[in-house]
Design a protein around this ligand. Structure first.
Ligand SMILES: Nc1ncnc2c1ncn2[C@@H]1O[C@H](COP(=O)(O)OP(=O)(O)OP(=O)(O)O)[C@@H](O)[C@H]1O
Ligand SMILES: Nc1ncnc2c1ncn2[C@@H]1O[C@H](COP(=O)(O)OP(=O)(O)OP(=O)(O)O)[C@@H](O)[C@H]1O
Ligand SMILES: [Mg+2]
Ligand SMILES: [Mg+2]
Lengths: 247, 247
């Protein structure tokens, strides 16, 4: 089973959009997929059409209640994707977590490790114990970087965090790739950021980039990933090609 | 002295851009301003042209070292704005904070409360004790909401947090206003979000909105707020009018 977290502390860089679309494309290709929403904002839950506040169970129950197993919490979206939904209450768990709990996902997902080909984890814009627990658990990470200066600076920070995790918690953690998002090839800022990424992270850059398009926020309002909302759209095609390159 | 925090847990909603521009416009109008960067990403520090990793002191020193006073940490930007810079190490302080420290900013800023007309605080995209300490300290908050569905959902969450703070830590906390950002009037999604804001939060909406423009990330790369980078730009004019409406 492959386990992939989508991370970057910089807010609004396309983590949720990337996690939801990659998970959906893998699902469309017949792989057994579980999308895990590890963000108290519950954006991956919202982007797949579910209402976080109306579900019986969510990931927070898995964290808090020893009797709750993954099978109790896993839901199917309207387009057949398996998801462990999130809830704002996860923020309370996050605030109360201790460093000793950082390995918690190993135990939680042990019962289902033979049921899936991929687990894709969406993480919050923070370096709290939630994100660290994802970094301690997964074998691979994808880093979406908005084509803006501040997200580029955020990349420097996450590389430091990944190095620290590799030195202790998870020596085999691999960077699957860096994905430029919200790119607008006609602007200087995008070209500048892509230049910097090419100079400093050439070997880690995915061949695909995701252009800026209003179809992405539209699809989140519709509660389906863009690869379902508008499959022929350039953003949907880019996420499809990206996913094919990681298979 | 007026104290204003710019908050929203949703990442990439324009918190830093709003905090930096409002602080700069107030400064240009002759007010005595202190901008406080309370985010370990140190984006407000970067957006005002400073390199967080090369400064002698930062807000983390203020938190950690009882002998360090605000005067030791306050810097002037190239355009004359006083700022308390941040540093990635603030994340370590954030992770170690206890609920008992939530009132910490009162004591930290006591020595300078007569030196300034406004303190503007940029907060991280999280509901950690850092953001809570800002909510416990300030008298007013500004909430920038990106004209996207997910940010709108985030607004529901922050209103709950504000209510909770008002019931205990800071009963007088006032919402100065909700600021729609990255608006593109030609798109359905922007109109939909503005409709929702008008329906549910009519009395809290600022008259101004900030349109989507690549000049904003360009100005962050240049290390100056858009009101200095391109003063006649519509984004700069909107931030100027907004600031005039809160004077
Ligand atoms: N390529 C794109 N072009 C335009 N908008 C996009 C694109 N990708 C994502 N978006 C939109 O931008 C906003 C931010 O994206 P998203 O929520 O996926 O980022 P995130 O990194 O998960 O944010 P957070 O840090 O809050 O978790 C969302 O409203 C999303 O719909
Ligand atoms: N009106 C706008 N139009 C286009 N881009 C903008 C606008 N306002 C801000 N930006 C850019 O969008 C990105 C996100 O904005 P900003 O960093 O201010 O948000 P934030 O809420 O502070 O993010 P975080 O949650 O990470 O703290 C930045 O690169 C910024 O330059
Ligand atoms: Mg997200
Ligand atoms: Mg910010």
């Amino acid at each position: 089973m492959r386990t992939i977290a989508v991370i970057l502390k910089k807010g609004g860089s396309g983590k949720t959009t990337t996690a939801v679309n990659i998970a959906t494309v893998l699902h469309q290709k017949g792989k057994r997929i579980l999308l895990v929403d590890l963000d108290p904002q519950a954006n991956a839950t919202l982007c797949t059409g579910l209402d976080p506040t109306s579900l019986q169970y969510n990931i927070n129950d898995l964290f808090k209640n020893i009797n709750i197993k993954p099978a109790d919490v896993i839901l199917k979206t309207s387009f057949g994707l398996n998801i462990i939904p999130s809830h704002p209450d996860l923020a309370l768990t996050e605030a109360g977590m201790k460093a000793t709990q950082v390995g918690i996902l190993n135990g939680l997902f042990e019962p289902i490790k033979d049921d899936y080909d991929y687990i894709i984890i969406d993480t919050p814009p923070s370096d709290s114990y939630l994100t660290v627990s994802a970094l301690a658990y997964v074998k691979e990470v994808i880093i979406p970087v908005q084509a803006h200066f501040l997200a580029l600076q955020g990349l420097t920070q996450v590389m430091i965090s990944i190095d620290q995790v590799r030195k202790g918690l998870n020596p085999k953690l691999k960077i699957l790739g860096i994905l430029p998002t919200m790119v607008n090839q006609r602007t200087n800022i995008s070209r500048e950021v892509l230049d910097q990424l090419n100079t400093h992270y050439k070997d880690l850059l995915f061949p695909e980039t995701i252009d800026y398009s209003v179809k992405h926020p539209e699809s989140s309002l519709a509660g389906v990933p863009i690869v379902i909302y508008d499959p022929k759209h350039s953003g949907a095609l880019s996420y499809t090609k990206l996913t094919e390159s990681i298979l």
